[in-house]
Design a protein around this ligand. Structure first.
Ligand code: ADP
Ligand code: MG
Ligand code: ZN
Length: 484
């Protein structure tokens, strides 16, 4: 009978901070520019150029540290991690080894059993990203693009506290949610603004010592992370069961092929010759700065959820959906502030907005309409200025796509369904006359048949009419003439 094993996992997570400029120079961090257009002597590693720390990077790193319950280091500094690689023009990366900016934090996750568990954070440090090598398979040449060189990163190093793939995903989701709410990064695994390296070992259940770990890289989706973990657990168990040893090494996960292979073992681990960077002054973080950043921290998801329940009596399902993305929560609050009914605003976000996001492949962060315009649309419907079908169209074409005023759009496109009562009245008369079968049914007690007459009216009015108003008028007329 095989033994029972426990999985032990610690993560190293890199997050690209969304500051406008790079960590040590004024170059843009914008993604997707033509190669080597966002570069200067500093970020292309020219000898004699001098780096200067971008204060926004420091502040965002501290904000993440505070939100993950870390202690902020009063006196921290940068170190050089020396290595040669063509995407690293200085031949060293500026990072923090000895005095990282944040230490000893934790993030709470829900375990599969529904319990709250704290995953401890060993440290968070700031560093610069490297450039990118672009391989041209056709010419068999490799080009180097330094646009990403010097983009700010934080590395969040956890303690080996996770015990399953589910806990790893829960931890990453908690980190992502926190960092997105802080507006420090969009945290996209598939675009590389969040990258996770998984350190994994197994041990016999009950053992107090850790086993030898491997580190898996190249994980760019939650799915890949889960599959890599399952695969690595089985690989290590097989090794131990067959009397072999796990080798401490870095492995690369190939998600397409569904297997991992060794990149380098500990024996050929590099010696980075770390030493303090003499070009950068030490960083002093005052209590005042910490308090200032603390006072600017936004309301986080959990607090928001509680408030939405209290203040707006929103159902839990709505709260879950809307607070999942900070941007949706912002839009909801804007709409309510502009006078919209909370539940109606929530409905528009959960149904039409999410449907259009899916259809157009738009991430919440890229939504460009204002909550005020959503409120305006809801007011138009409430005032029976437009009916629901027209409202959906106006939402899609005016609000969602263009962020233009729905009232203005309705006016310009003559979409108002507010009708002159005399016009509607004559169309209703016409409709009753044209539907003798329905009238007969109604006379015989089939009230549902009114629907056919309403449909006729809507068609005659080319949809520009409030169906409930039409329905009411039809019923009134039928009652007057004793049919109903
Ligand atoms: P290194 O300095 O070699 O990178 P660290 O001690 O900084 O190693 O650990 C790197 C990551 O590996 C951390 O997230 C840590 O939690 C995790 N880790 C360390 N030991 C183990 C282990 N035995 N099993 C699983 N994860 C581990
Ligand atoms: Mg490490
Ligand atoms: Zn630069």
């Amino acid at each position: 009978m095989s033994k029972e094993y426990e999985v032990v996992i610690g993560l190293e997570v890199h997050v690209e901070l969304n500051t406008k400029t790079k960590i040590f120079c004024g170059c843009s961090t914008a993604f997707g520019g033509a190669p080597n257009t966002h570069v200067c002597p500093v970020c292309s590693g020219m000898p004699g150029s001098l780096p200067v720390l971008n204060k926004a990077v420091l502040e965002k790193a501290i904000a993440v540290g505070l939100a993950t319950n870390c202690a902020i280091t009063e006196n921290s500094k940068f170190d050089r991690k020396n290595y040669f690689y063509p995407d690293n023009p200085q031949n060293y990366q500026i990072s923090q080894l000895y005095y990282p900016i944040c230490r000893n934090g934790h993030v709470d996750i829900q375990t599969e059993k529904g319990e709250t568990k704290a995953v401890r954070i060993h440290e968070i440090h700031m560093e610069e990203d490297a450039g990118k090598l672009v391989h041209d398979a056709f010419t068999d040449e490799t080009y180097v693009d330094f646009n990403r060189s010097g983009v700010p990163l934080i590395e969040i190093v956890s303690e080996p506290d996770m015990r399953s793939a589910d806990e790893v995903i829960a931890y990453l989701e908690a980190l992502r949610e926190t960092i997105q709410y802080l507006d420090a990064s969009d945290c996209k695994l598939n675009e590389g603004s969040m990258r996770a390296d998984v350190n994994l070992s197994i041990r016999e259940k009950g053992s107090s010592e850790f086993g030898t770990r491997t580190e898996s890289k190249n994980l760019n989706s939650f799915r890949a992370i889960r599959r890599c973990i399952e695969n690595e657990v089985n690989r290590q168990i097989d090794l131990l069961e067959s009397g072999e040893k796990v080798v401490q090494e870095t492995r690369r996960w190939d998600d397409e092929k569904g297997y991992s292979y060794s990149m380098r073992s500990k024996e050929d681990a590099q010696d980075y010759r770390y030493f303090p960077d003499p070009d950068l002054v030490p960083i002093y973080v005052s209590d005042d700065l910490i308090e200032e950043i603390r006072s600017r921290q936004p309301e986080m998801r959990r607090e928001k959820a509680l408030r939405y329940r209290e203040e707006y009596q929103l159902p839990d399902y709505d709260i879950e959906q809307i607070t999942a993305e900070k941007k949706l929560a912002d839009l909801f609050e804007e709409a309510v502030a502009a006078g919209a009914d909370a539940k109606k605003a929530s409905n528009w976000l959960m149904t039409e907005t999410m449907r259009l996001m899916k259809e157009t492949g738009t991430d919440a962060g890229k939504l460009c309409f204002s909550g005020a315009h959503l409120a305006e649309l809801i007011a138009l419907v409430d005032a029976k200025e437009i009916n629901n079908a027209v409202a959906k169209e106006v939402f899609e074409k005016a609000v969602f796509a263009e962020n233009i005023s729905p009232a203005q759009y309705v006016k310009e496109h003559d979409l108002s369904t507010r009708t002159d009562d005399s016009v509607l009245s004559s169309v209703v008369d016409q409709a009753i006359a044209a539907n003798p079968k329905a009238v007969e049914d109604i006379r015989n007690g089939k009230g549902k048949a009114v629907g056919a007459i309403v449909g006729y009216v809507m068609k005659e009015m080319k949809g520009k009419c409030d169906p409930a108003t039409a329905n009411q008028m039809i019923q009134n007329k039928l009652k007057e003439s004793g049919i109903m």
